[in-house]
Design a binder for this molecule. Structure first.
Ligand SMILES: C[S@@+](CC[C@H](N)C(=O)[O-])C[C@H]1O[C@@H](n2cnc3c(N)ncnc32)[C@H](O)[C@@H]1O
Length: 332
């Protein structure tokens, strides 16, 4: 897949489908043949029959998640990256003694769009002893997410992922029995309705000191999970709010910073700022043909973007046998 950035209007950037010879792709201003893109380098230019020029780029993982067709709301890229960082997953890549090491096994439910799946798998890659078991109750969501993962950089993050159509309760009980009651998961993450219902099944599969994260839109759902684990083999280590933001998630605010031309109109009725490469502008930003020009910078938070991302993340850790025998209660 390639990202096509219009040379004069980056706001109209689009992602192609997987590139196959003799097919075309519809841009906002005419078709582009895949044949014209195949074999080109990043930053080369392709032109539509209407004369609109696009610069070819590889999509970053962030751009790919945001632009690729979706069936469900993903965990937005910076939120996903932050969650993976908080889970603190470490694998030894391509280690010569990998066979002797305990595999790192991670559970994800639900798979959804495959956004968090890609970020988790990136943390596990390319270790042959690290596996992400991802599951979704919906066969169509699971199949779509599999395509999303397979189509990013020719499936670079696919080998570590096992896709399952199941719920985490059923899957954990089956695996627990198959593995004769031996805990095997190092990490788990639940992003689905009613995560509290699955915490105990996941807990039995977690190794001591293993972590299960819960991602929810509201803090009241986190409270239910915290209440459920009281007196169990899990304890709540931290609860974090991700405030959300424009464009990318995790409370980050996207800014519009670019060189611009200022044209002062003779009668001073309107002061106009326009970009060197203008996106769709409001009428007040349209340049007058004859106005004098001086250079300046546009530097402001982006406007008109949807507010995306944000939510609450709770992290629960698996106690050891010894912990359970010496549990304490905090007085309030
Ligand atoms: C918000 S989406 C997950 C988004 C995903 N984490 C991502 O980053 O793209 C929630 C998903 O949970 C799935 N789901 C709902 N109930 C489920 C259950 N009981 N077991 C497994 N998956 C479930 C839905 O089908 C949906 O795809």
């Amino acid at each position: 897949m390639a990202l096509l950035r219009p040379v004069t209007d980056p706001t109209k950037t689009c992602l192609t489908r997987p590139l196959t010879p003799h097919t075309t792709f519809d841009t906002y201003r005419g078709k582009i043949s895949h044949n014209d893109i195949i074999g080109k380098q990043a930053r080369d230019i392709v032109t539509t029959p209407k004369g609109v020029k696009f610069r070819i780029a590889f999509p970053t993982l962030e751009e790919y998640i945001v632009f690729v067709r979706r069936l469900v709301t993903p965990v937005y890229p910076v939120d996903a990256a932050t969650i993976v960082s908080l889970l603190d997953i470490h694998v030894v890549p391509n280690d010569r003694n990998a066979e002797e090491q305990e595999p790192v096994e991670v559970l994800e439910a639900g798979t959804g769009h495959g956004s968090l799946t890609l970020y988790l798998s990136r943390a596990l890659s390319p270790s042959p002893r690290a596996v992400l078991h991802t599951m979704d109750i919906s066969p169509s969501h699971s199949a779509h997410a599999q395509k999303v993962v397979a189509n990013f950089r020719r499936g670079i993050y696919l080998p570590n992922v096992r896709f399952n159509v199941s719920d985490p309760g059923t899957w954990c009980r089956e695996q627990f029995s198959l593995r004769k009651g031996k805990p095997f998961l190092t990490h788990a993450i639940l992003d689905l309705p009613g995560p509290d219902e699955y915490l105990f099944d996941v807990m039995r599969c977690l190794k001591p000191d293993g972590v299960v994260g819960v991602w929810c839109p509201s803090v009241s759902q986190i409270m239910v999970s915290v209440g459920k684990v009281k007196g169990s083999g899990l304890f709540c280590e931290r609860v974090l709010e991700f405030p959300g933001g424009t464009g990318v998630g995790a409370g980050l605010r996207a800014w519009d910073v670019r060189p611009a031309l200022i044209r002062a109109k003779l009668k001073k009725e309107v002061e106009v700022v326009a970009e060197l490469t203008p996106p769709v502008s409001s009428p007040s930003e349209v340049l007058s043909e004859k106005a004098p020009v001086s250079e300046a910078f546009v530097c402001r938070p982006t406007v008109g973007d949807r507010l995306v991302g944000g939510g609450f993340f709770a992290m629960f850790r698996r106690k050891s046998e010894d912990d359970c025998n010496h549990s304490t209660t905090t007085a309030v």
